[in-house]
Design a protein around this ligand. Structure first.
Ligand code: DAH
Length: 477
């Protein structure tokens, strides 16, 4: 894999991260993928990263109060405590202190934060929807995968892609993990939350991001009439100039579910796309010549399924996935007489476009120069503060069968945190005689809020070299 191919394949698709994507996320989102063989899964399910446990409990500063998620996570070799609850660890455990610290941040609950501003703006376009935004990120594999019809060998379950507390308990990879539960409570729901995926490192990828899930259910018998009336009555919100293209078709690759009446399914799909087109119109009413398109997609929990993409800086950026909910899920929610749609959208992706925020790490900045630029209820363009110089270091090693890029990136994050702007595979070859695979990664260190010195980065790079050898058993060159 050349670095060029690697970049090309991973850019612009992580929207659903949400609406995230990249090969990793694609794999997670779609039910069919070249990686979805049992063999691959079994290999990836074996933990390849030796979790770095601390013999003494590791604590973060606590602002606990009444919100359990603000309590400091604690990791010991036997247990993990997060959100005030303790879970036993096992051979699947791969959460790290760096990641667990993020569970305390809850950016979507900070009123002046761009993620929260977008959350509120979108929610205001769905009046009457019950909005949940304080669910713990710790869920079961049943909630995150099984309840949503993910196959047992779905690559999204791999330890290389997902953070596990133990075999059955994980950090949610999407807000859909709460769908079943909330659908038992209401027919119109929104869920906003932080979601976690193991991934590579660059300006648009971060292992934590925020999603908003939406779903609406209708009585299957009356859906057609109710929906047609509602769409006819809805007035178009103010729109700058938004050009929306939809050439998707219902085909055997993206089919209607056998149990659905065709007219009811088509009405549900129209209502879904209409609601989301309105949402985009409202959010982007000040943008000039915004290009939006619908494309076919596949998710284990919807059929037919689609994604919405927005043209941003010359590239199509995936911002949401959606579809007609699988009837099995509605039946399990105790709603066999309903038909419904659901969507999941990536809040950072939308914020990047709306506020013009150039680097996804900025969302996590505690720098006042970032936060003071935003006001609840308004969208104004971000004014970048000065860009500090980068410090570039390469690391080369002989790789092994267990090597996975996400494990490597995890170590980089543990050692250097948000000082790393980008990690790229710049060279790779197989030695003709020994058959050993050599890899060279380039690490771009750049702080968002201060100058970093070469000496300081040398210390980090040395530490990284040691950790990579210890935890991945590779041989430095
Ligand atoms: N959960 C999906 C993801 O993260 C996004 C999604 C797609 C949510 C389709 C939905 C849906 O509710 O219907 O990748």
């Amino acid at each position: 894999m050349s670095s060029g191919m690697f970049r090309a394949a991973t850019q612009g698709t992580r929207a659903l991260r949400s609406a995230a994507a990249g090969p990793t996320i694609r794999a997670m989102l779609s039910s069919t993928t070249s990686r979805s063989t049992r063999a691959v899964l079994q290999r990836t399910l074996r933990p390849t990263l030796t979790a770095s446990f601390h013999t003494t409990p590791l604590r973060f500063t606590s602002e606990a109060g009444s919100n359990p998620m603000k309590e400091s996570p604690v990791i010991t070799p036997e247990h993990i405590t997060v959100g005030g609850k303790t879970y036993p660890s096992d051979k699947f455990t791969n959460v790290t202190p760096t990641i667990l610290e993020k569970t305390t941040r809850q950016l979507h609950l900070i009123p002046k934060h761009p993620v929260a501003i977008i959350k509120d703006l979108i929610a205001s376009g769905f009046p009457g929807f019950k909005h949940y935004d304080t669910f713990s990120p710790v869920v079961t594999t049943k909630e995150n995968f099984d309840d949503l019809c993910f196959s047992d060998d779905h690559p999204g379950r791999a330890v290389t892609d997902t953070y596990y507390l133990n075999e059955k308990v994980m950090l949610r990879t999407h807000t859909s993990a709460h769908q079943l539960k909330v659908m038992t409570e209401s027919d119109k729901i929104l869920v906003t939350a932080d979601v976690y995926r193991r991934d590579e490192i660059d300006a648009s990828h971060y292992p934590v991001f925020h999603q908003m899930e939406g779903a609406q259910l209708f009585d299957a018998k009356t859906a057609v009439d109710v929906i047609r009336k509602e769409i006819a009555q809805s007035t178009s919100a103010a729109s700058g100039s938004i050009h929306t293209t939809d050439t998707t078709l219902i085909t055997p690759e993206n089919p209607k579910q056998d149990c659905h009446d065709e007219a009811a399914m088509l009405a549900t799909a129209d209502h879904l796309k209409h609601s989301l087109n309105m949402m985009v119109r409202k959010l982007f009413s000040h943008e000039k010549d915004l290009q939006v398109r619908w494309i076919d997609a596949q998710f284990p929990f919807t059929s037919p399924s689609w994604e919405m993409e927005i043209l941003y800086q010359g590239k199509w950026l995936e911002v949401l996935g959606c579809g007609v909910i699988r009837q099995d899920i509605l039946n399990n929610a105790g709603k066999p007489d309903k038909i419904g749609w659901a969507f999941g959208l990536g809040l950072e992706r939308l914020a990047l476009v709306l506020f013009g925020i150039p680097d996804i790490r900025l969302f996590w900045s505690k720098d006042e120069r970032f936060l003071r630029q935003f006001e609840p209820g308004t969208i104004q363009k971000f004014k970048p503060f000065s860009k500090y110089p980068a410090c570039i270091k390469d690391i080369s090693f002989w790789s092994n069968d267990q090597f996975h890029e996400n494990n490597f990136c995890e170590i980089v994050r543990d050692v250097a945190g948000d000082i790393v702007e980008d990690v790229q595979l710049i060279d790779e070859f197989t030695h003709p005689k020994t058959n050993k695979r050599s890899m060279c990664y380039r690490i771009n260190y750049r702080s968002m809020d201060r100058n970093v010195t070469n000496d300081e980065i040398n210390v980090l790079q040395e530490k990284l070299r040691d950790e990579v050898v210890n935890r991945m058993k590779v041989e430095l060159r």
